[in-house]
Ligand binder design. Structure first.
Ligand SMILES: [Zn+2]
Length: 450
């Protein structure tokens, strides 16, 4: 059996990975065919007068949203049983199939062509379910915008980025609905701490986006203080230590005082700080001069009005995704916020030495939607490594000679023969070890078909 499969695969492709990848498109086409059959069955049910006269008054719902036919509820049950799904999964499938058929026919056609995977099409269908028809049409138009080679936008971005785009659309078109949803999730916030493996506790919970952002900044800041004082524990450990210190703000004040003393050259005590237990710090020590949080950066993305009814413009918080206006206001009210002016990404920047300046890194991050430039990577560029394409000093530290990579992909490039060129500012052409090409720009990835 295994041999037969091998012979079959080698007759199609020399490379088994290539064979596996080529089936992605076929799978999408097959699933589109399955959706077409399901739609046919559901339409028959919707039009069957016998079903509506069903004893007990069968109910009907437009599961797919505005503009989709009302489907008798027991038709969903039939789908559920025949396909071996849970009731909830069947209802979601019926809703997505109806929505794709009637509201997003272009996305469905791209799926049938093998260009858009089913999970992407369904994500769009689910996220746009409550939108009016006209707005869905506009969303579809944007998501299907192709480039040379014809790969639509919806197939060129990561799951996280697609969710962000859909969130932004919803916030712009249906702000009231989003506000209700936010309220619902905020009302369910909770934090629990339970015993973990020996000597540890496990903490889990949910906080508001704004609190999450500020907490992230604070933990990073406190971990940095420990490092500054010579602590050699890993950053992961130090962030955990920092969280524990929030139990007693006095300890934070004390630590900050020592950092200030260290910066002023007074910290010459020969202490091994990794051994300093929290109890060694005087919790009653007065706060020196406060220890302000590092600024939170909000980027305002102004996008053209998609509906010609509502003003455009969306907030996004670096690393946290789309924010509603209220969430942005909460952040502004509670934090030390830096609002960034519109950045001219075309402006050239050259740093004198090997190290990329924060400004250069910021520009590079914004040119790829804040993401690592490796194909399909969804890791944040902030905190990533500046990679010189032409090694320094032969290659300068500039926008065209560099880009931001997450640690994993920096290693892939250094050790696994992935190569990158900058076609023009903000557009990167990657070549895999096997010679495949991918264009990455503005957070999108487009494979180049040979
Ligand atoms: Zn990466």
């Amino acid at each position: 059996m295994e041999q037969q499969l091998e012979v079959y695969l080698s007759s199609l492709h020399d490379d088994p990975l290539e064979a596996a990848a080529s089936m992605t498109g076929s799978l999408a086409s097959m699933e589109a065919e399955q959706y077409a059959y399901l739609a046919e069955f559901l339409h028959d049910c919707a039009e069957d007068p016998a079903l509506s006269a069903f004893d007990g008054g069968e109910r009907r719902f437009a599961y797919g949203g505005a503009g989709t036919p009302a489907i008798p509820e027991f038709a969903v049950t039939q789908v559920q049983v025949q396909l071996g799904l849970s009731p909830y999964a069947a209802q979601r499938l019926v809703a997505d199939v109806m929505s794709l058929t009637h509201r997003l026919p272009g996305v469905l056609a791209a799926m049938a062509d093998g260009q858009v995977q089913a999970w992407r099409a369904r994500m769009v269908a689910t996220a746009t379910r409550d939108l009016p028809l006209a707005d869905v049409a506009r969303v579809q138009e944007v998501l299907l915008e192709g480039v040379r080679g014809g790969v639509p936008l919806v197939a060129r971005i990561t799951r996280k980025r697609l969710q962000q785009v859909l969130d932004q659309v919803e916030m712009t078109v249906l702000p009231e609905g989003v506000a209700e949803e936010i309220e619902h999730w905020l009302a369910a916030r909770d934090v629990t701490i339970r015993p973990g493996e020996r000597g540890t506790s496990v903490l889990s919970g949910t906080v508001s986006t704004a609190d999450g952002a500020r907490l992230t900044h604070r933990l990073t800041q406190v971990a940095d203080w420990w490092v500054e004082l010579g602590d050699t524990r890993t950053r992961s450990v130090l962030r955990s230590v920092a969280l524990g210190m929030l139990a007693d703000p006095g300890m934070l004040d004390n630590l900050y005082a020592r950092v200030c003393a260290h910066r002023a050259g007074q910290d010459l005590l020969d202490l091994d700080l990794s051994d300093v237990a929290p109890s060694d710090l005087d919790p009653l020590a007065p706060a020196p001069s406060g220890h302000p949080l590092p600024a939170t950066v909000l980027y305002v993305h102004h996008e053209p009005d998609t509906t010609e009814r509502k003003p455009g413009g969306c907030w996004s918080l670096d690393g946290h995704g789309a924010l509603s206006a209220d969430q942005a206001a909460e952040l502004v009210g509670h934090s030390h916020v830096t609002l960034k002016p519109v950045i001219d990404l075309a402006a050239p920047i050259q740093c004198p030495g090997y190290v990329a300046s924060p400004r250069l890194k910021e520009h590079l991050a914004l040119m790829n939607a804040g993401l690592c430039t490796f194909p399909y990577c969804d890791q944040p560029a902030t905190g990533g490594d500046y990679d010189h394409r032409q090694p320094y000093p032969r290659g300068p530290t500039t926008k065209t000679n560099g880009h931001l990579l997450c640690r994993r992909h920096h290693r892939a490039k250094t050790f696994a023969r992935w190569r990158v060129q900058s076609v023009t500012t903000g557009v990167w052409l990657w070549t895999s070890p096997t010679g495949d090409h991918y264009v990455v720009t503005a957070g999108t990835t487009t494979p180049l078909v040979p």
